[in-house]
Every structure is written in structure tokens, then in C-alpha cells.
Design a protein around this ligand. Structure first.
Ligand SMILES: Nc1ncnc2c1ncn2[C@@H]1O[C@H](COP(=O)(O)OP(=O)(O)OP(=O)(O)O)[C@@H](O)[C@H]1O
Ligand SMILES: [Mg+2]
Length: 271
């Protein structure tokens, strides 16, 4: 079975539930909208914010949506998507993104990063937004490094906005670890939850519409099952919905009914 035949069967102009969504194509369920609004607030207020949510909850999508809404001429975004680069990688990314060449010795790299952040703000008049994605993977040294940078300025206003984005363990890690100083600087904590049942149904319809189908393709009980199994987590909904389309296609059905969705659940949960 090819993707093309699947698309043709369902009369879709593109594969639905794809990852490559333009900002204008996003679904604005409550958790997404609230995360975007709060991230925007963190950026405006130059504070440290922590956004958590389970795998596939839409954290990275929300961060990108919020960053897409800021004035690019007045903001500089430093995005670290892979924290497994150590504390040196963290500081180097900051220096490099701000146009510098990282110094070799750690002892001079730290003040270099702090200086680069201050210069961007005070001399270039740009607000810096540091985003640390997959932040539950940050090691103790990196968390301490972040605290050092947020402390760099002794005056009341923070030198930059910092967003720590990661799985739910991140909150516990910061709270339980020896990071009280960082914990105290966190001005916002938001935990993204799954969509509720009507949102999940609307989300599925939204993705199908983007792929060219506006009529009903999924029966109500198929949607109910997908919601129940995915708990409204967007990536899980995507996977189940695609497998449901495959299962119904394999049986030459014109609609995704509950038995197709059940086949998809078996398929996806067996992986
Ligand atoms: N608001 C949304 N509108 C449309 N699709 C969405 C939305 N939020 C999430 N998705 C879909 O869910 C997928 C997972 O979202 P995302 O990558 O943001 O999750 P995550 O929480 O960052 O997961 P991970 O913990 O694995 O990094 C996206 O690729 C996208 O297809
Ligand atoms: Mg992510």
C-alpha cells in the first residue's frame, strides 16, 4: 500500500496529521492557546518560565507558535533543542547565536556569554529569549549555569527571558534538586494537558480539513475511542488517526468506524 493510494482513497490533497505545520495551520485548543499566551507573557516580562507536558503534548509546537508571534526585529531567539551538549554547549550556543566566537576556557566562556547577553539587550536594543527544549535532560551543571546567567545582572530587571520546556519530570527535578535559587526565579509554571473529547474531535476534523476533507470521515464512536486511548495528546491522536485511515482503507470502507479505530489501537499500542 502506498501513501498515494491511501490519499487517493480518502480524496485527500496531502497526508493529514503531518508534523510540518505552518503557524497559521495550528489547532487552537485550550492547552495550546494557554501555553502560547503564557510563553508570550514570559517573553514580555523577561522572566524564567517552565512549560511541561508529557511526550507529544504539543510543547514544541506551542513554543514555536509563541516565538512566531514576536517582533523579529526586536527579539533574538536562542533555541537549544538538544541539551545533551553539556554546560559548555549551552554557553557556546548563546555566544555563537549572538555572533561571537566561544572562548576556550570555561572560566572565560561564562562571562563572555553574560556579556554577549547584556550587549544584545543594552547596545542593540534587542530582547533575548533563551529556549531550552527537552529541558528534563539538562544536567545539574547546566541548570546551575542557567541560574548564573539569570543572576548576571544585579539590578531588578532580568537580562533575558528564559523558557525551560520539557517532560513532567522537569518540575520535580528543579524542585527536588539543589536548585532552590533557580526555583525561586521561576515566575511561571504551566503544565500542558491533553485535549478534552470535543477538542480531540475538532482537532481531527481540523487536520482533515487542512488535507482537503471537510465532511465527516470518522464516526463518533471511532473518535471516542481515539480520544480515550490518546487521552487527547496531539501526537498520539495523530498516530491513531492515521492508522485508523489505513485500517479503514484496507477494508475499502468509506468511513472510519469504531472497528477501524480499534484495529488502529492494536496497531499503535503493539509497537
Ligand atoms: N496546536 C496544534 N495544532 C496542530 N497540531 C499540533 C498542535 N500541537 C501539537 N500538534 C501535533 O502534535 C505533534 C507533537 O507536538 P510537539 O512536537 O509540540 O510535542 P512535544 O510536547 O514537544 O513532544 P516531545 O515531548 O516529544 O518533544 C506535532 O508534531 C503536531 O503534529
Ligand atoms: Mg518537543
Amino acid at each position: 500500500m502506498t501513501i498515494d493510494r491511501l490519499r487517493a482513497h480518502w480524496g485527500l490533497t496531502r497526508m493529514p496529521f503531518a508534523k510540518d505545520l505552518a503557524p497559521s495551520m495550528l489547532h487552537t485548543h485550550r492547552s495550546h492557546a494557554e501555553a502560547v499566551a503564557r510563553i508570550g507573557w514570559c517573553i514580555d516580562e523577561r522572566v524564567v518560565g517552565v512549560v511541561t507536558g508529557e511526550v507529544g503534548a504539543g510543547k514544541t509546537v506551542a513554543v514555536r507558535a509563541a516565538l512566531g508571534g514576536v517582533d523579529a526585529s526586536r527579539h533574538t531567539v536562542i533555541y537549544l533543542g538538544d541539551p545533551t551538549v553539556g554546560v559548555r554547549g549551552l554557553y557556546s550556543t548563546i555566544v555563537t547565536t549572538l555572533g561571537g566566537t566561544p572562548r576556550f576556557h570555561r572560566s572565560s566562556l561564562i562571562p563572555q556569554a553574560a556579556d554577549a547577553l547584556a550587549t544584545e539587550e543594552h547596545e542593540r536594543g534587542r530582547r533575548v529569549v533563551v529556549v531550552l527544549d527537552e529541558a528534563h535532560l539538562l544536567d545539574a551543571e547546566q541548570l546551575e549555569g542557567i541560574r548564573l546567567l539569570t543572576n548576571a545582572d544585579m539590578d531588578s530587571h532580568a537580562p533575558f527571558a528564559c523558557l525551560l520546556v520539557g517532560q513532567p519530570t522537569l518540575r520535580r527535578r528543579i524542585r527536588l534538586g539543589a536548585f532552590a535559587a533557580l526555583d525561586q526565579r521561576i515566575a511561571l509554571r504551566y503544565s500542558m494537558t491533553g485535549m478534552d473529547a470535543p477538542e480531540t474531535a475538532d482537532y481531527v476534523a481540523h487536520h482533515l480539513k487542512l488535507a482537503g476533507r471537510t465532511d465527516t470521515l470518522f464516526s463518533d464512536d471511532a473518535l471516542g475511542l481515539i480520544h480515550q486511548v490518546s487521552r487527547g495528546i496531539p501526537r498520539a491522536v495523530n498516530n491513531l488517526a492515521v492508522q485508523s485511515l489505513v485500517a479503514a482503507f484496507a477494508q475499502s470502507k468509506a468511513i472510519v468506524d469504531e472497528s477501524s479505530a480499534r484495529a488502529a489501537v492494536t496497531e499503535v499500542t503493539a509497537e
